[in-house]
Write a protein that binds this ligand. Structure first.
Ligand SMILES: *Cc1c(COP(=O)(O)O)cnc(C)c1O
Length: 494
């Protein structure tokens, strides 16, 4: 028995254009209305309270009405969700998103193009390729150049689900290059600073490297990878008869925003003939900064680069890319399936992005960045980046002068790591206050901050990605942290 016309009306189809428009308008109105009622980054709901109403829903009993389902969704989730546009949201690397990207989302999911093969995306393939080439240009890679052997190299890359996948793919390419050169898997080593993102470790494990494969290299006073220690670590790898498969330099560490000294790291990787990956998941926004692009000088010497557009480019999740200086290196992830992307020697007739990706079916996330650039241009994004780095600097200056708190490091990008510790308060008590202050802040709906550990000590962290937040907004959050710490002191007194 075929479905009834009423049941079919749920399908995206010209016959149902009215239902589509009505449903989308309902959703947009619901969200816009919810936005006007937001009065803080969170309402403070905990896991148990959040779980119950969701898990009680009978998924076999549809409400048959989008308005009713939205109303239910509001109660279950939206009313208590976390809002990243709120000026007192300063926890993780979540950004408020730009409206042109949201406009693109309508098309990304409505049309539902898949970026694996040309015959599922048509010009979408070239939208992604053009953005990849443009980003490569911003990195400083010429559209084509000659390598040492005189062969032509062109940069390339592909959009991914996030920095973790971009890093995985980059290390995959580095590993396969090392294996192709005859190295034994057990001997492969990856060198990265102690503050590199944990996805480097995770990738190494996923790639079958031994547990000790990732060598953590020490940092300087500004928490940047120390080139002298990197040189020693590379020499030690060679002395042990192992293979340095890759060095990962971070351009914007997750906690401190530190940018590793890219030129000096590149000198070392060139000398050792080893792959240089630059993880610019966080700092990648500097590529479009009108004033700070120079901080990434040397990035063009990388073999591969990670850029998260869903962090400092103000794009909705997911939007990230892995870029490579030499397109041929991407061949390490190419697989050919007869049904999808059969081997095709020429290639020009069937340009398949799946050949470059760890994913098969893949969202047309590139369209979000495309409409963003076509509406706003890169300069505006870069100005947002400058604004949030200025904000972090100002907040940092205030905290450095505030005797109630301690600052872990001078802000490098847009994070501020601090904690309550007036003169006379012991380190242990300061440590124990950190999680208490953080959860009390959330539970009372006063703001959201993150927490991290530095050399065994606990710290609070502000991550600032909202160009509309002000120094006063953030100093207000710090004041709340101080007041809560003073209130909670009794609980930690040893
Ligand atoms: C956020 C981040 C990642 C991981 O990116 P996801 O998009 O969350 O997967 C990797 N490296 C650094 C430096 C990051 O800040």
């Amino acid at each position: 028995m075929p479905p009834s016309p009423r049941a079919l009306a749920h399908l995206f189809h010209p016959d149902h254009a009215d239902a589509y428009v009505a449903s989308m308008r309902l959703g947009v109105d619901h969200l816009a209305d919810a936005l006007t009622r937001v009065s803080g980054p969170a309402t403070g709901v905990g896991p148990a309270q959040a779980a119950k109403p969701v898990l009680d829903v009978d998924l076999d009993a549809p409400l048959e009405d989008p308005a009713a389902a939205l109303e239910e969704m509001g109660r279950l989730w939206l009313d208590d969700t976390v809002w990243f546009h709120e000026p007192t949201y300063a926890a993780h690397l979540n950004c408020p998103v730009v409206i042109p990207a949201l406009l693109a989302e309508v098309f990304v999911s409505g049309v539902n193009a898949s970026l694996d093969t040309f015959d599922q995306s048509v010009a979408g393939t070239f939208v992604e390729r053009h953005l990849v080439a443009w980003t490569a240009g911003r990195i400083g890679w010429a559209a084509s150049s000659e390598d040492e052997s005189g062969a032509g190299t062109v940069p390339d890359g592909v959009f991914t689900s996030g920095g973790s996948q971009s890093n995985l793919q980059a290390l995959h390419l580095a590993r396969d290059r090392a294996l192709a050169a005859g190295a034994a898997p057990a001997d492969l080593r990856v060198l990265a600073s102690v503050d590199a993102h944990f996805s480097v470790q995770k990738s190494a494990r996923l790639l079958g490297l031994p547990a000790e494969a990732v060598v953590a290299v020490g940092v300087d006073a500004r928490r940047r990878l120390d080139p002298a220690r990197l040189a020693d670590a590379l020499d030690a790898v060679v002395a042990e008869g192992r293979t340095a498969m890759a060095v990962v330099a971070t351009a914007g560490t997750t906690d401190f925003g530190a940018i590793d000294p890219l030129e000096q790291v590149a000198d070392l990787t060139e000398r050792h003939g080893c792959w240089l990956h630059v993880d610019a998941a966080y700092g990648g926004g500097l590529l479009v900064s009108p004033t700070q692009r120079g901080r990434l000088d040397g990035i063009e010497r990388a073999d591969s680069v990670t850029v998260d557009f869903h962090k400092t480019w103000f794009q909705p999740v997911s939007s990230s890319a892995v870029l490579v200086r030499d397109a041929r290196t991407l061949g390490h992830v190419a697989w050919h399936a007869d049904y999808l992307n059969p081997r095709d020697p020429g290639g020009a007739a069937s340009p398949h992005q799946v050949d470059k990706s760890l994913q098969t079916t893949r969202r047309f996330d590139a369209l979000k960045l495309w409409l963003t650039l076509r509406v706003m241009g890169p300069e505006v994004i870069g100005e947002y980046v400058d604004t949030v780095t200025d904000l972090a600097r100002e907040v940092g200056e205030h905290l450095a002068a505030d005797r109630r708190v301690e600052l872990a490091a001078v802000p490098e990008l847009s994070t501020v790591v601090f904690r309550y510790r007036p003169p006379g308060l012991g380190e242990d008590a300061a440590d124990r206050l950190v999680p208490l202050v953080r959860s009390a802040l959330y539970e009372r709906g006063l703001g959201m901050v993150a927490a991290t550990t530095l050399e065994g000590r606990r710290w609070l962290k502000l991550t600032l990605l909202n160009p509309m937040a002000t120094t006063e907004d953030l100093l207000g959050v710090v004041d709340h942290c101080v007041a809560l710490a003073e209130e909670l002191l009794g609980e930690v007194a040893a």
